[in-house]
Ligand binder design. Structure first.
Ligand code: SF4
Ligand code: SF4
Length: 56
């Protein structure tokens, strides 16, 4: 299980420093979650202004 950032993402970057395991990275202007390391904690969704991170 992991979270996935949907197309609703506005690339604000707020979620990246909130992830306790560094799973969120910016790639070519888009933010993505590494499914291999994501702990499914939901912290990223909690700080996202548009609730783009959603459970898979
Ligand atoms: Fe990181 Fe938690 Fe979001 Fe997974 S759910 S990307 S572990 S903040
Ligand atoms: Fe995208 Fe939300 Fe993360 Fe901002 S906090 S980069 S809108 S997923």
């Amino acid at each position: 299980m992991s979270y996935i950032i949907s197309d609703a993402c506005i690339s604000c970057g707020a979620c990246e420093p909130e992830c306790p395991v560094g799973s969120i990275k910016e790639e070519a202007g888009k933010y993505v979650i590494d499914a291999e390391t994501c702990l499914d904690c939901g912290a990223c969704q909690g700080v996202c202004p548009v609730e783009a991170p959603q459970p898979e």
